[in-house]
Design a protein around this ligand. Structure first.
Ligand code: GDP
Length: 194
């Protein structure tokens, strides 16, 4: 399995992307959805990704190298309740431009809180990924907060808004508390980049 994970850089502008080109796995989702926690728990690290104290504050694109085989790219979160419309539009533009400019995005982890309905920006993101033919995994986070009965409805909510999705292949529940989904996600990464 993977041995070393290193924080490479925080990038604020698209002309500052790392020169050393590796395949990229992008992490996207709304603020506070559990992206930093996912990065840390996936690799059993406490502080690889800083867990944001103020939701919506993270504006940088954060690069992590995994065994020098691929980059995990933590993209800015979106759609926090306090963000206005112009901010949201800026986010969508940034993600679209990032995908184009990087040209190295091999896979996307699209994280959605398993308790919530996908937002308009989640739908926008899914459209962007499809349009750019980027394979994606929808990660339904904080699954420890669901009752057994709620797992089914959480999945159905996602299938309803992303009709082209393959629920067997494109959806994975995740819980940092129960380490649920960790092995499955590591396996996907290893199969693709190991
Ligand atoms: P980010 O803004 O997407 O990077 O989200 P964070 O990783 O900072 O997490 C936001 C909040 O959700 C924090 O208080 C985390 O402790 C909590 N959280 C993240 N993942 C889980 C999970 O799997 N289960 C539970 N119960 N809480 C989680």
């Amino acid at each position: 399995m993977f041995k070393t994970q290193t924080f490479i850089s925080s990038v604020y502008k698209l002309n500052q992307l790392p020169r050393n080109r590796l395949p990229e796995v992008i992490l996207c989702g709304r603020s506070n959805v559990g992206k930093s926690s996912l990065i840390n728990s996936l690799f059993n690290r406490k502080n690889l990704a800083k867990i944001s104290s103020t939701p919506g504050k993270t504006r940088s694109i954060n690069y992590y190298s995994v065994d020098d085989k691929f980059y995990l790219v933590d993209l800015p979160g979106y759609g926090y309740a306090k963000t206005g419309k112009s901010e949201r539009l800026r986010w969508a533009k940034l993600i679209g431009e990032f995908i184009e400019k990087s040209d190295h995005v091999n896979l996307a982890f699209h994280i959605i809180d398993s308790r919530h309905k996908p937002s308009d920006l989640d739908i926008k993101l899914n459209t962007l990924l499809n349009a750019n033919e980027i394979p994606y995994l929808i990660i339904l986070s904080k699954a420890d907060k669901l009752t057994q009965a709620e797992f089914k409805s959480a999945k159905e909510r996602v299938v309803q808004v992303f009709p082209e999705i393959n629920p067997q292949e494109n959806i994975q529940f995740y819980s940092t508390v129960k380490k649920k989904g960790r092995k499955e996600i590591l396996r996907i990464l290893f199969e693709n980049f190991g």
